[in-house]
Design a protein around this ligand. Structure first.
Ligand code: MIG
Length: 766
C-alpha cells in the first residue's frame, strides 16, 4: 500500500527514464521482392507493403528478419501489388495510386505521402538490451489523438501517456488508470493541416503511447517483439475506421435480444431470486430481454456446473424463462478449479489443454474456485474443447455467455499469470509476456465459435471484459468495474466513443454503476443514458444496495420504465445501425466530431454523442441538474420530447431536462423508424415512423429487418426499406421502397410528422 501514500514520491524514488540507445543504422540493402519493399540496415531488418491504396504495413525488426505472418487481429491482411518501385542513392520509393511510401536510406525513416502531401512520417527508432524498442512519429502540438480503445479521460488523448496491458482494476478508474481490461493499440491522429491517418501498432507485448513528452513527435514503446504497424490513410474518421475494420474485422450483426434491456447483479444468489426478479419485471410491466447469472450459480465456482443447493432447479428455470421470452446469460470465467474429481479439470490435464510454465508444469493461480488452471486458448484444439463444453448451456436453450476475469486476472501480486507461462499457437510458442494481451481475445473466439457450432443457425451473444484489437468479431464489451459515481457515468461516454472509433461497436457500461451505492437520481439519469448506448445492462456488486428499476420507489420506477420502453421504441433504428456497423465497421455511438469534422472544437465534446447520423444525445450527468449546455451542430434539429425546432450554429445552447427527461435531438430531414411498445425484443413490433421535416424537401430514413436471431439474413432473408417524405402543402406523401425479402415487409402502425402543419399523410410504394 506504500505507493498510495507520499512515500511514493520520496526524492529517492524518482523513476529512471528508459533509454533506447541502439539504432538501426543506415539502409544497407533494399529491393522489391514479391511486391514488397524489403531490406536490411546496419543492424536490423525491415519490410513494407500495401494492403490497398489506403493501407500500408511497415515492419522493423532489430533482431532478425521480419515475421510476415499477420497476427490474429489482422485477419484482413493481404498483400496488394504496388504500381511502382524505384530507388536512387538516397531513397527507395514504393507507390500505389495516389499513395507513396519513401524510405530515406541514411536515416531509415519512412514517410507516407498522399497526393504529394506528407501525412505520416517516422522520425526515430531505438532499442535496448532489454528487447524493448521505441518508434518515434512526427506530430505537432495541435494533433488530436482518438481511439486507443477502452481508456479513461476525455475523447482527445493528446497530452497523455497511455499503455496497454490488460488489467483487472477494481479500484476506482480515473484519468491515471492508463491500463484497463482491453488493449487496442489503434489510434487516429488528426492534424488540422497535414490531415488524418490511423495507426494500428499490432504488437501484443505491453506497449506505451506517449503523446506528452515531446512537442514535435510522439513515441510508441513496446516491451518486446518488432515494429508491426499499419497506417490507414482515409481522409475522414469514417474512412479510417472503415479501413481499420477491413483489417481487423467488423462487429457482426448481434441477435436482437442482446440489444434489449438486460438485468444483472453479482449475484442473484438462488434460482428463487432469479425467478422473483423476472416475475417482478412482468408484474410491473417493465420490458426485459435477459437476466444474468453471476458466479453464485455454480457449484463452488466450477464452470459448467450448477450449485446443487441454490441452483438445483437452474436448468428448469432457464427453460421456463425462455418460454416467457427471457434469455438467461451465465458467467464463464477461464479459471478451472483444481479438483481431481471434476471432469473439466481432468480432461484439461489429460490433454495438456492448460497453460504451462516454460519448464512444462501446469500453471496454477488463485481465483474464485481457489487454485485453478487456465485453458491455453491459443491452441485450436483447446478452443474447440472449450467451445464444445458450452453444450452444457446450449442444451438448456442458452444463447449468450458472459466472459469475465479473462485479462487473465489472478489473485496475486502481479494480478495475472507469471510471465514465463507459455502459450502454444500453431507452429509457434510464445511467453505470457507476448500472449497476455491476447488471452481474452482468444477466449472470446473460443466462446463465440463454440456457441455458433453448437447452435448453427443462431447468432451467439458473447460479452467479454478483456480483449485485444479485433475483439469486435467475437464479442460485445462492457467496461468492467465502474462505480456508482456521477463521474463514472460521464467518463463512460468518451470511453465508449473511443471504443467505437477502435472498431468495437457493441459496448456498454454497467448502468447504475457496479460498486459503491447507487441513488435514486443516479439510477434515473444512468438508465436514461444507458438506453441510448449500444449495450444496455444494469449490474452491481454484492453487498451494495439493489438497483433494479423499482429499487428506489415509485417515481424512479416510472421514469426508468419509461426510458427502458423508449429503448424498445428505438430498437428498429438501433438494429438498423447495427446492421450498418456489420457492413461498414462504423460505430453505432459516435463522437459529434465524427459526423461534423469541420467543427474542430467538437473534439472537446466528450459528454454528448451521436446515435448514428440522425440522433444526438446530451445526457444529464450531474446530480441536481435540470439543464445543461448542448452543442448543436450546424443545421436544424428537433427536440425529441417537445418536438420544438432549433437552429444549430455549432455553438452551445442551454437545454432544460427535468428528472423525467433527457435532451435528445433529431436532425431535421430524418424519418426515424421507431417501434410500437413491446415487452421484449421477441414480440412482434410494428413500426411508428416519425417524420422530422427538413428545410429542403429531402426527408428520408431507412430500416433494416430480418428474423432478429438466425443467420438466414446471410442467405437473403432480410429487407431494407428506404423512406422518403415529400410535403405538398398540408399533405405529406411518404414513399417507401423495399429491397430484399418481401416477407419482412414491416407493418407500419403510425406515421407522425413534425415541422409543418400536415392534415393528411399518404403512403406510397412498398
Ligand atoms: O469482481 O463475477 O467485472 O461484473 O460481477 C469479481 C463477479 C469478478 C468482476 C466483473 C463483475 C462481476 C464480478 N467479477
Amino acid at each position: 500500500m506504500l505507493d498510495s501514500t507520499s512515500f511514493a514520491i520520496l526524492p529517492s524514488n524518482v523513476k529512471k527514464q528508459e533509454t533506447f540507445p541502439h539504432k538501426l543504422g543506415a539502409v544497407k540493402e533494399v529491393a522489391l521482392r514479391d511486391q514488397m519493399l524489403v531490406g536490411r540496415t546496419e543492424k536490423g531488418h525491415f519490410a513494407c507493403y500495401f494492403i490497398d491504396e489506403e493501407t500500408i504495413r511497415i515492419m522493423i525488426d532489430p533482431a532478425k528478419e521480419v515475421t510476415l505472418t499477420p497476427s490474429i487481429a489482422a485477419e484482413g491482411d493481404r498483400l496488394a501489388a504496388c504500381d511502382e518501385f524505384t530507388q536512387n542513392n538516397t531513397q527507395a520509393i514504393l507507390t500505389k495510386g495516389e499513395t507513396t511510401v519513401v524510405l530515406t536510406k541514411d536515416t531509415g525513416v519512412f514517410t507516407v505521402f498522399k497526393k504529394e502531401q506528407e501525412r505520416f512520417a517516422t522520425c526515430g527508432f531505438g532499442y535496448n538490451r532489454a528487447n524493448k524498442h521505441q518508434l518515434q512519429i512526427v506530430s505537432r502540438a495541435e494533433t488530436a489523438i482518438l481511439g486507443l480503445g477502452e481508456k479513461t479521460g476525455f475523447l482527445n488523448k493528446a497530452g497523455s501517456i497511455i499503455s496497454m496491458w490488460n488489467t483487472d482494476v477494481y479500484s476506482p478508474h480515473n484519468k491515471d488508470t492508463v491500463e484497463l481490461y482491453q488493449s487496442i493499440p489503434f489510434f487516429i491522429a488528426d492534424d488540422p493541416q497535414a490531415g488524418k491517418y490511423g495507426v494500428f501498432y499490432d504488437n501484443s507485448f505491453r506497449t506505451e503511447f506517449d503523446y506528452q513528452s515531446y512537442q514535435d513527435r510522439y513515441t510508441i514503446m513496446a516491451e518486446g517483439g518488432a515494429v508491426n504497424l499499419y497506417v490507414f490513410l482515409g481522409d475522414s474518421l469514417k474512412e479510417i475506421v472503415a479501413g481499420y475494420t477491413r483489417l481487423t474485422g467488423k462487429t457482426p450483426l448481434p441477435p436482437k435480444w442482446s440489444l434489449g434491456y438486460h438485468q444483472s447483479r453479482y449475484s442473484y444468489t438462488s434460482e428463487q431470486e432469479v425467478e422473483r426478479i423476472a416475475k417482478t419485471f412482468k408484474e410491473k410491466g417493465i420490458p426485459l430481454d435477459c437476466i444474468f447469472m453471476d458466479i453464485h450459480y455454480m457449484d463452488d465456482f466450477r464452470v459448467f456446473t450448477f450449485n446443487p443447493d441454490t441452483f438445483a432447479g437452474g436448468p428448469a428455470l432457464v427453460k421456463a424463462l425462455k418460454e416467457q421470452n427471457i434469455d438467461v446469460v451465465p458467467i464463464v470465467d477461464p479459471g478451472v478449479k483444481k479438483d481431481v474429481d471434476y471432469s473439466v479439470y481432468q480432461e484439461g490435464i489429460k490433454n495438456r489443454y492448460f497453460c504451462e510454465k516454460l519448464e512444462g508444469d501446469v500453471y496454477y493461480g488463485e481465483v474464485w474456485p481457489g487454485e485453478s488452471a487456465f485453458p491455453d486458448f491459443f491452441q485450436p484444439e483447446v478452443q474447440n474443447w472449450w467451445g464444445d463444453l458450452h453444450q452444457f448451456y446450449t442444451d438448456l436453450g442458452i444463447r449468450g455467455i458472459w466472459n469475465d476475469m479473462n485479462e487473465p486476472s489472478v489473485f496475486n501480486e502481479s494480478k495475472t499469470m507469471d510471465l514465463d507461462v507459455v502459450h502454444r499457437q500453431p507452429g509457434r510458442q510464445i511467453t505470457h509476456k507476448e500472449g497476455h494481451n491476447l488471452y481474452g481475445l482468444y477466449m472470446s473466439k473460443a466462446t463465440f465459435e463454440g456457441l455458433k457450432r453448437l447452435n448453427e443457425n443462431e447468432r451467439p451473444f458473447s460479452l467479454t471484459r478483456a480483449g485485444y484489437a479485433g475483439v469486435q468479431r467475437y464479442s460485445a464489451v462492457w467496461t468492467g468495474d465502474n462505480r456508482s459515481h456521477w463521474e463514472h457515468m460521464e467518463m463512460s461516454l468518451p470511453m465508449i466513443m473511443n471504443l467505437g472509433l477502435s472498431g468495437v461497436a457493441f459496448t456498454g457500461a454497467d448502468v447504475g454503476g457496479f460498486s459503491s451505492e447507487c441513488s435514486k437520481e443516479m439510477l434515473i439519469r444512468w438508465t436514461q443514458v444507458g438506453a441510448f448506448l449500444p449495450y444496455f445492462r444494469n449490474h452491481c456488486v454484492q453487498d451494495s444496495i439493489y438497483q433494479e428499476p423499482w429499487a428506489f420507489g415509485a417515481e424512479a420506477e416510472a421514469i426508468t420504465k419509461k426510458f427502458i420502453e423508449l429503448r424498445y421504441q428505438f430498437l428498429p433504428y438501433l438494429y438498423t445501425l447495427f446492421a450498418e456497423a456489420a457492413e461498414t465497421g462504423l460505430p453505432v455511438v459516435r463522437p459529434l466530431y465524427m459526423e461534423y469534422e469541420e467543427e474542430r472544437h467538437f473534439l472537446n465534446v466528450s459528454d454528448q454523442f451521436m446515435l448514428g447520423s440522425s440522433v444526438m444525445v446530451a445526457p444529464i450527468l450531474r446530480p441536481g441538474q435540470k439543464e445543461r449546455l448542448v452543442y448543436l451542430p450546424k443545421g436544424e434539429w428537433y427536440h425529441f420530447t417537445t418536438k420544438e425546432r432549433f437552429v444549430g450554429t455549432g455553438e452551445a445552447i442551454i437545454v432544460k431536462a427535468e428528472l423525467d427527461d433527457m435532451p435528445i435531438f433529431v436532425k431535421a430531414g430524418t424519418i426515424l423508424p421507431l417501434g410500437t411498445k413491446v415487452m421484449n425484443s421477441k414480440e412482434a413490433q410494428k413500426l411508428c415512423l416519425e417524420v422530422y421535416l427538413g428545410t429542403d424537401d429531402k426527408t428520408c430514413g431507412k430500416v433494416y429487418l430480418d428474423d432478429g436471431h438466425s443467420y438466414d439474413y446471410q442467405k437473403g432473408a432480410s429487407l431494407t426499406v428506404q423512406f422518403e417524405a415529400i410535403q405538398q402543402g398540408t399533405q405529406l406523401n411518404v414513399h417507401s421502397s423495399a429491397q430484399g425479402d418481401k416477407n419482412w415487409l414491416p407493418d407500419i402502425a403510425e406515421i407522425h410528422a413534425y415541422g409543418a402543419k400536415i392534415d393528411e399523410i399518404i403512403r406510397m410504394g412498398d
